[in-house]
Design a protein around this ligand. Structure first.
Ligand code: TRP
Length: 338
């Protein structure tokens, strides 16, 4: 309950435990989870069931799931304030996805942009799960009677189909699901690649120098910034059109140092790119070092982390099972003794 006596709105978000998170993800997704956790009733999941739609090494998937949970806690996600859990630990997700499949048309799924992209990139593994990905996502969201889902633009279409499926179910049976709103995240700062500063920093970039990962140690961070692409001038000025590299570095510096772009420009006025890049590297490394050591501390405390994830799954299950029971009743599944 909120102070004004009203029930908090429900917020759902999930992240796949595959790939390594970049500082761009940190400034976008992770900080958002932290900033929103007290304003909403939050369910935060490690979407391992989504992750296996692309081939995963089992030991790596298990390790990354724990590492990601620990990273979120290290960044300030408070397990007492929200339900932090692993998707596959709550069986209702798979169960509701099956029901929702019967309200979703093959043609709709074939037309999804991300499905088409991923099919092109993984032409040797266009499995049913890949096509069904948005329905599982709809199940995630609808199980918790979610009001809002913060998403990046790339997930907007998935939110649209989630709303369509919810409305379809509500119309065919009777009002059952809250129809969720997408909140397209204004990440504030857009972080671009250090090697091609006209494109977004991505966790799946093939060039290891293009992205700074949350798991990079100090020397790696400093080295990547030293190698960052700039331009042939020598003035540290914010001008994304003609100076994308320098502008990207100024953005990174300003968010990590907590200064405005103008302040940053003044600070490096008259300095060379070498000094500038070293300073950006330092401020990022200084921010990441305590997060990494906190993450390592949490990972070493197996009882604590397992306790958090078990409690999160239990809390999620209570809500999810209640929605699923309603769904089963409405569609006519027989339960002995009921
Ligand atoms: N597909 C999302 C992504 O890759 C992760 C995700 C799974 C998700 N289930 C969700 C996001 C439900 C929001 C709501 O980013």
């Amino acid at each position: 309950m909120q102070e004004n006596g009203q029930k908090k709105k429900v917020l759902y978000s999930a992240v796949q435990p595959s790939g390594d998170l970049t500082i761009g993800n940190y400034l976008g997704a992770i900080k958002n989870w932290v900033d929103l956790q007290h304003d909403y009733e939050c369910f935060y999941a490690m979407a391992d069931m989504h992750a296996i739609t692309i081939r995963q090494d089992p030991a790596t998937l298990r390790r990354k799931t724990r590492e990601l949970a620990a990273l979120y806690i290290a960044c300030g996600v408070d397990p007492a304030a929200c339900a932090l859990y692993v998707q596959s630990n709550v069986s209702c997700h798979a169960e509701l996805a099956w029901v929702l499949n019967t309200l979703t048309y093959v043609g709709e799924m074939e037309r999804m942009t991300q499905f088409k992209d991923k099919s092109a990139r993984h032409a040797d593994n266009i499995n049913m799960g890949l096509m069904d990905y948005p329905v599982l996502m709809a199940a995630d969201i609808l199980l918790y009677q979610t009001d809002v889902v913060p998403v990046g633009v790339d997930q907007r279409q998935h939110l649209e189909i989630t709303r369509d499926i919810a409305i379809r179910f509500n119309n065919r049976y009777s009002p059952t699901f809250t129809v969720p709103e997408a909140v397209i995240m204004q990440t504030g700062a857009k972080i671009n690649s250090l090697q091609d500063p006209t494109k977004k920093m991505s966790k799946s970039d093939e060039n290891p120098n293009a992205s700074v990962y949350m798991s990079d140690d100090r020397d790696t961070v400093l080295r990547k910034f030293r190698r960052a692409v700039t331009d042939s001038e020598s003035s540290v000025r914010f001008d994304p059109e003609t100076k994308p590299g320098v502008s990207n570095l100024l953005t990174i510096y300003s968010v990590f140092a907590g200064k405005s772009i103008a302040e940053a420009e003044r600070e490096f006025d008259g300095k060379g790119y070498g000094d500038f890049k070293a300073a950006v590297g330092e401020v990022v490394a200084d921010a990441l070092t305590p997060i990494r050591s906190e993450q390592e501390r949490i990972l070493a405390d197996k009882d604590y982390l397992d306790g958090v994830l078990a409690a999160g799954a239990e809390k999620a299950y209570r809500t999810a099972r209640s929605t699923l029971s309603k769904v089963y009743r409405k569609i006519g599944f027989y339960r002995p003794g009921k």
